[in-house]
Design a protein around this ligand. Structure first.
Ligand SMILES: Nc1ncnc2c1ncn2[C@@H]1O[C@H](COP(=O)(O)OP(=O)(O)OP(=O)(O)O)[C@@H](O)[C@H]1O
Ligand SMILES: [Mg+2]
Length: 343
């Protein structure tokens, strides 16, 4: 049925890999939630943190496991189609409704409906979902009788719903109803210790798929992975290991097997100040040299990489003695004349 898929394979708790305190406490919470089959759950986490995996694990490890797990990506369908997928419709509800059709809430009776990307739903649908959460009843589109089913709702979002609520695109009452049992899944960069375990597990996975016999990863390559910010979280890590497994010719993954990791998430850039501190001008010189190199010596393009104009680049190149001809000094607001020291 369109974008709606039900996932087959059972997810046991040990499929959720990681031993960091942050992940352990999430797993503990999920296990308690799995044991309470009526509770509505909200999974909050960046893309690739494992929301799909965890939703399925909640279902598979509770009494609902033998019944259906229905995954619905709310952003993938236009609003009216999404409504009729969820609630079904009666004959004649709209032009194409030749026959009555059951919705996923009915089909998943006894089971779980996973509403992924709940932050993308429209307020009109949010009202209907809220009613369902509160009364466990709904009507088919064009229908006049209430239908009651026993379905657990697990919702997920990588959006900040509180912000969405404040800007008016997410209903306040629905927000507070969903927030009863929130589970915040920490991004990979906040789960130090999990990365080696995940890499090890992905190596095993891809050894089996690619018929390879990779034994592990070198300390240098691991250090490289650990210094990266992982904006795409576990999904990105999995892809990176997959690519390395394809490229490697030996039985140990080394830095050469990993292409340069580039964080293009821009806005989220965060540079960690080393504990011993740093000399800012050295950092500036270092970044400047890298930009010039990457731009193949083109000063305008090097400037674009650092948010500087060509003049600003030339000025700094001169400052660090990287330019042979000294450019005209840009306008400065410092009262101290350049190059002169007063004693
Ligand atoms: N803790 C984990 N252990 C093992 N595999 C994981 C873990 N977390 C995520 N994965 C794997 O990483 C990939 C992405 O996970 P998933 O699809 O669950 O993320 P998501 O949070 O739903 O992302 P999105 O917001 O983009 O939908 C999947 O292949 C999943 O199996
Ligand atoms: Mg997902």
């Amino acid at each position: 049925v369109g974008q709606v898929v039900s996932v087959g394979e059972r997810v046991s708790w040990d499929r959720i890999i990681g031993n960091s305190p942050a992940l352990r406490s999430v797993k503990g919470l999920l296990e308690r939630i799995a044991a309470i089959p009526v509770s509505t759950v909200l999974l909050i986490g960046e893309s690739g943190t494992g929301k799909d995996l965890m939703a399925k694990a909640i279902h598979d490890n509770g009494v609902r496991a033998p019944r259906r797990f229905q995954n619905v990506t709310c952003s993938a369908l236009p609003e009216t189609l999404l409504e009729s997928e969820l609630f079904g419709h009666d004959r004649g509800a709209f032009t194409d409704a030749k026959r009555q059709k059951k919705g996923l809430l009915e089909l998943a009776d006894g089971g779980t409906v996973f509403l992924d990307e709940i932050g993308e739903t429209k307020p009109s649908l949010q009202v209907k979902l809220l009613r369902f959460l509160e009364e466990r009843a709904f009507r088919r589109l064009g229908g006049s009788i209430d239908i009651r089913v026993d379905v657990r709702i697990i919702a997920a979002t990588n959006r900040n719903l509180k912000e969405a609520m404040q800007e008016g695109s997410f209903r306040r009452d629905f927000y507070y109803r969903l927030r009863v049992l929130p589970v915040r899944i920490p991004p990979l960069r906040e789960r130090s210790g999990d990365l080696p375990l995940l890499v090890e597990s992905f190596i095993r996975t891809f050894n089996a798929i690619f018929h390879k016999e990779v034994r592990g990863i070198s300390p240098e390559a691991l250090a490289q992975l650990e210094s990266y910010r992982w904006p795409g979280n576990v999904r990105e890590l999995k892809n990176v290991v997959e690519r390395a497994m394809l490229l490697t010719e030996g039985n140990l993954l080394t830095p050469a097997d990993f292409l340069k990791l580039e964080d293009d998430s821009g806005a989220g850039l965060r540079v960690l100040l080393p504990s011993r501190g740093l000399i800012f001008s050295e950092l500036e010189r270092n970044l400047l040299t890298q930009a010039i190199e990457r731009a193949g010596g083109n000063q305008t393009r090097a400037g674009q990489l650092l948010g500087w104009s060509r003049d600003q680049i030339r000025y700094r190149m001169a400052k660090f003695g990287l330019l042979t001809t000294v450019p005209v000094e840009p306008v400065r607001n410092s009262s101290q004349p350049l190059g002169k020291t007063t004693h």
